[in-house]
Design a protein around this ligand. Sequence first.
Ligand code: NAG
Length: 327
Amino acid sequence: MLHDAYQSDIESGAVRKPRKPKTFCPKMFKSLETRFHHLFRLHPILVFIVCISFGITVLILLSSVYENNFRSAVTYKKNDFDNDVYPFANLKNLVMVAGHSVYTSSNCGKIDKEESWFLESYQKHPGQAATFLSPIEKGVEAAEKDDESLLLFSGGETRKEAGPRSEAQSYWAVAESKRWFGKDDVRSRALTEEHARDSFENLLFSVCKFRELTGSYPHNITAVSYDFKEERFAHLHCSAMRFPESRFFYLGTPASLTSKEGALKGEAMVRTQFQEDPYGCVGSLWRKKLKRDPFHRTIPYPDGCSEIRGLFRYCGSAPFPGSLPWS
Ligand SMILES: *[C@@H]1O[C@H](CO)[C@@H](O)[C@H](O)[C@H]1NC(C)=O
């Protein structure tokens, strides 16, 4: 019956429709169309399913082609971008100068004078300002000797009364005003880490900054600060970071003689605190950090160094147990 209906359909159609000039192609299409029509009448569900599957297959093919093209375009762009994104990709080693104070004078000629620096009461000793200079000079010297080194002055906006100027910016400005102690070529490799609130953060944040600027982690690290802080940096902070001691170097500069005794006492106390709380994340070390952030600056890290994200989050008295890029 169905077959008959189909037959009469084409016959009646052929009769009714005005004749078009006949070519091979329309004829072929016509016969395909009629066959399809016939098939559709016989198995409407089957044809429907076949059509849908065909449609889906085409869509999948198209989307995979598109995705491949799109992805390779993105990879290409990213590779292109990587070269620009790490402005110091050629540097291997970090020289970090830890900040101790903020330089507040608008007159750059008086760097050696106490009144040019924002001093805490415990820092007010004759000759103190001069001791701020020597780590800066020592850091510049160390960076000059190693032309694969990045020099970072590290220290945040730690003093409310000094206003929103960071220790790091102060130190950079001092080096600039001293014309880089005659070592001009260091200037282009000298930058700032402007968030650290204590000595552990000086180290941790500078390593993150190094990764952000070079695309890798430092091979050698040289920390520059006062003599009496060597134990703290070279042992406590270095082992909290689990950075190989053989690749860690310390350059100490003398504190002023008048302040030495008090400084040593204070240092012994801070060392004990870091022994109990190596990551400075609880108790008095933590409270001290909060006080040293009077302007509530948002710390950008570990953005820029995602490989050590865990180290930033970690808080404990035992060394960080996760894996690290240098261990
Ligand atoms: C790291 O320091 C050591 C000892 O000074 C030196 O031999 C080595 O070449 C340094 N590595 C790099 C990458 O500069």
